[in-house]
Write a protein of this length. Structure first.
Length: 232
């Protein structure tokens, strides 16, 4: 009977190397590039990510935060039942200018860390990745900076006017009031970008085209290294 053994720390990198060698006939595969679209909820990041996916080199995967967020048990997505080990939340600000604020617990932080470790596996296999993101706090950013250090990372800021995003929030009907404002302010608090786009009035397609134009014009990733120097 074939021996079955557990994978321990350090084995993943060896297995990645072995897989790349088999897949490419023994030659090392070039890792993929990741494009991080960071901004608030209801900013149009996912739709922008899909539009950008059609323009950049293939194969490119869209692996945003919601893909992992909705793996949580339903109870942990219910604000009235969520375990503080996942997150706590509060409302701040005056009526009409509410900010919904999440305070991540250790389990949610581990999930977000695991998210980028999973994405790194796909980068190692040569896939490009677009990750539409909401980086709620600096520890999440620090984990991202560490895990993705070996890769080519374009860090792109997605902005939207508070009133516009609040109206989108109301139109969607599945977001708590103030979520867009709170998450947007948190996402941009510590971030430095290679490029920014504003989805307040521009379409996702035009924002994607602007990003592609900048890439074709020779834009080089520099923000990630600058944040590593600042925060690590």
């Amino acid at each position: 009977m074939r021996e079955v053994r557990s994978i321990v720390s350090g084995d993943w990198d060896r297995l990645d190397r072995e897989h790349r060698n088999v897949s490419t006939g023994g030659s090392e595969m070039n890792p993929g590039t990741i494009y991080i679209l960071n901004g608030g909820s209801s900013y149009g990041k996912t739709t922008l990510g899909r539009a950008l996916q059609e323009l950049v080199d293939s194969p490119t995967l869209l692996m945003g935060i919601d893909l992992f967020w909705f793996t949580l048990p339903a109870r942990q997505l219910d604000l009235d039942q969520v375990d503080p080990e996942y997150y706590r939340w509060e409302m701040t600000g005056a009526e009409g200018n509410e900010e919904f604020v999440i305070h991540p617990g250790p389990l949610l932080t581990q999930l977000m860390k695991g998210r980028y470790e999973a994405i790194a596996r796909f980068l190692n296999l040569g896939f490009n990745v677009i990750s539409d993101d909401v980086i709620w706090e600096r520890p999440w950013l620090v984990d991202t900076l560490r895990i993705l250090a070996p890769y080519r990372v374009f860090f792109i800021g997605v902005y939207c006017d508070d009133q516009v995003s609040a109206q989108r929030e109301r139109d969607r009907g599945d977001r708590h009031a103030g979520w867009a404002r709170g998450s947007g302010h948190a996402a941009h608090r510590d971030s430095i970008y290679d490029l920014v786009v504003d989805t307040s009035h521009a379409t996702p397609a035009s924002c994607a085209a602007a990003i592609k134009s900048a890439l074709d014009g020779g834009l080089q990733p520099a923000a990630f290294a600058e944040m590593q120097r600042k925060y690590l």
